[in-house]
Design a protein around this ligand. Structure first.
Ligand SMILES: O=C(O)CCC(=O)C(=O)O
Ligand SMILES: [Fe+2]
Length: 261
């Protein structure tokens, strides 16, 4: 049953093509999927290479999340130039890992070009430098209920110009019994929601999604899921390792699609 007020016409991820992309951008569907994006061997190889380099924990995040890469999230506020210095190092590390396995980032960008016909680029601020896109991440203890939306969280950054913000996640390593589901609510962040923000955390309190329709994604190995991260969402704890490659995707007003982490 479709709860009242839902803007989604279906509660399943649609295979990526020009039509599903347009529907996703308009928040008419909860997610798109690219099945068979990577082989189990490619996934295992990338995880092995990432593990050899070593994960680090996000700063000040509870429950803990491990990652390889730089995030704008960890440099919110005045810390913009530190991010761009880190982004450069992270591109080098990422280049090394991808060279020894495969580049999900290049593959994703070409799939988006094919599907949308739009130019797809790594986000670059003409004044400050190029963003890093493509985090390798382990969310194993779940997340708080949250959004990822630059106009709300990084209003002074170049990426805050984007209109729609999405995320792609390629699931590289999952516990088959308990892969850690992702719940996406049909409820977009608005500025008035800041009263629901849980002080000192990145999370929001439950009442913000009261009455909202929910789509639940049970991740599958080697598949990419893309959803709008302006919609409130949360991840369950998983039974074992839960490793992804991920970045933000934004639609720029000039028609470009840009990626960053
Ligand atoms: O790992 C996932 O399934 C989604 C994580 C998340 O919150 C995001 O990609 O924005
Ligand atoms: Fe998120």
């Amino acid at each position: 049953m479709t709860p009242r007020g839902s803007t989604w016409s279906v509660f399943a991820a649609q295979e990526l093509d020009r039509n599903s992309w347009r529907q996703l951008i308009r928040n008419e569907i909860p997610a798109v999927v690219i099945r068979g994006f990577a082989t189990p061997e490619e996934c295992a190889r990338l995880v092995e290479r990432a593990q050899a380099i070593g994960f680090e924990a996000y700063k000040n995040v509870v429950p803990p999340i491990d990652r390889i890469g730089a995030t704008v999230f960890e440099h919110n506020g005045a810390d913009v130039s530190t991010y761009f210095a880190r982004a450069e190092q992270c591109r080098a590390i990422q280049g090394e890992i991808f060279a020894q396995s495969f580049s999900p980032l290049e593959r994703l960008m070409s799939r988006l070009r094919e599907a949308t016909g739009a130019p797809v680029q790594i986000a670059a601020d003409p004044r400050r430098g190029t963003y890093c896109a493509g985090l390798i991440r382990r969310i194993e203890n779940g997340t708080l209920l949250h959004i990822d939306y630059a106009p709300a969280e990084q209003p002074d950054w170049w990426v805050a110009q984007i209109q729609v913000q999405l995320a792609w996640n390629l699931y590289l390593e999952l516990d088959p019994q308990n892969p850690g589901r992702t719940h996406v609510f049909n409820r977009e962040w608005v500025p008035e929601d800041e009263v629901y923000k849980l002080a000192g955390t990145y999370g929001y309190s439950r009442p913000v999604v009261e009455g909202a329709a929910k789509y639940t994604l049970r991740p599958t190995l080697g598949d990419v899921y893309i959803f709008s991260t302006r919609n409130y969402h949360e991840v369950d704890s998983s039974g074992g390792h839960r490793t992804t490659v991920t970045s933000a995707i934004g639609t720029h007003p000039d028609g470009r699609i840009v990626l960053w982490s």
